[in-house]
Structure formats: structure tokens, C-alpha cells
Design a protein around this ligand. Structure first.
Ligand SMILES: [Zn+2]
Length: 175
């Protein structure tokens, strides 16, 4: 099957009027930042996205991104395959729009001076955001599972830095 390459930029307002649906791919090689954030991007990014207008008359576009990347396990230093399947729902806004009026189900995304959205950059950001803070095998798959490391210095859950911990610390210092 021929894979259709998605446009890197679109006018979401026009696309919504036409109720456009895109099914296709973006090339992993076009996503330098994402490629740099992982060991290797294993598949081109499969994308489906639908542009439409909701009952309030707001333009939105929603869909999903799927790909696989290999990551390096921080516990045993071996690579493993990380599957990504992320859904998104964006509401394009012009810079003069008031973002407060956008319902919470949408993530606002600003259009450029031509009224276009940088789909490539936007989707690349989404992919990067899904990556684990600390890449690690599932316990049962990891070469370092069990004895040595179970009480070692990296515990899967607690190794994720809690963003609020820093705030708490700051607050405590002020008191
Ligand atoms: Zn491992």
C-alpha cells in the first residue's frame, strides 16, 4: 500500500470547512528533535487526523499518532522497543483570540501569520511528550531484574521526579 505523506503545514480553518481527513505518514527523518530524543525511530509516524467544526462553531482537529522507537533502558543499558499510540485534540487559535474561551477538551495551538498550523512541529512535540522521563524495561523484561537491583538506587516509580517536590522545597525555604 502506498503511504501518503501528510502535509507539514495546513490551514486548519479551510480544512475544517472541507471536513478534511488525512490518513498517512510523516517521515521519521523529518523529525530531527524526536529522533535525537530516542535511540532510534523504528517506523515512520502513522497519522490520522480529522478537521471539523464543533457545535459552538469552533474549529478543531483530532486524531492519533502511532510509531515505535527504541530506547535505552537506564537500568541495564540494553535497548527496548517503546510503542507510541497517542491521541490529540487541538483547537487552532489566532494570536488575538482569547484562549480562556477554548473549552478544556481542546489543546489550543496558535496558527502562524498565514493562518497555518505547523503540523510537523506540533506532532513532533506530542511524540516527545509521550516519552518516559526515565526509560526502563518492564521489570519482567529487564536483565537487571530481581536480586541486585530491587533495592538499588533506581526504583521505577520513585525515580520519576515529582515536579511538585521542587515547589514544596521552595515554599519550605521561604517559610
Ligand atoms: Zn533493562
Amino acid at each position: 500500500m502506498q503511504k501518503v505523506k501528510l502535509p507539514k503545514k495546513v490551514d486548519p480553518f479551510k480544512s475544517a470547512i472541507q471536513r478534511s481527513i488525512y490518513e498517512g505518514v510523516m517521515l521519521a527523518t523529518d523529525m530531527q528533535r524526536f529522533s535525537a530524543a530516542v535511540c532510534e525511530v523504528l517506523d515512520d509516524i502513522a497519522i490520522s487526523v480529522k478537521f471539523d467544526t464543533d457545535v459552538q462553531g469552533l474549529t478543531y482537529f483530532e486524531g492519533k499518532l502511532q510509531t515505535r522507537a527504541s530506547l535505552i533502558c537506564q537500568r541495564c543499558n540494553d535497548s527496548f522497543v517503546h510503542s507510541i499510540d497517542v491521541r490529540f485534540c487541538f483547537c487552532p487559535v489566532r494570536s488575538e483570540d482569547v484562549e480562556d474561551e477554548i473549552p478544556e477538551i481542546y489543546d489550543p495551538v496558535e496558527v502562524d501569520e498565514l493562518g497555518e498550523v505547523d503540523l510537523l512541529g506540533l506532532f513532533e512535540d506530542e511524540l516527545i511528550l509521550t516519552l518516559p522521563i526515565v526509560a526502563m524495561h518492564k521489570d519482567e523484561d529487564c536483565a537487571m531484574k530481581g536480586s541486585d537491583m530491587s533495592y538499588g538506587d533506581i526504583e521505577p516509580e520513585e525515580s520519576k521526579p515529582n515536579p511538585f517536590a521542587v515547589l514544596k522545597e521552595l515554599k519550605r525555604n521561604q517559610e
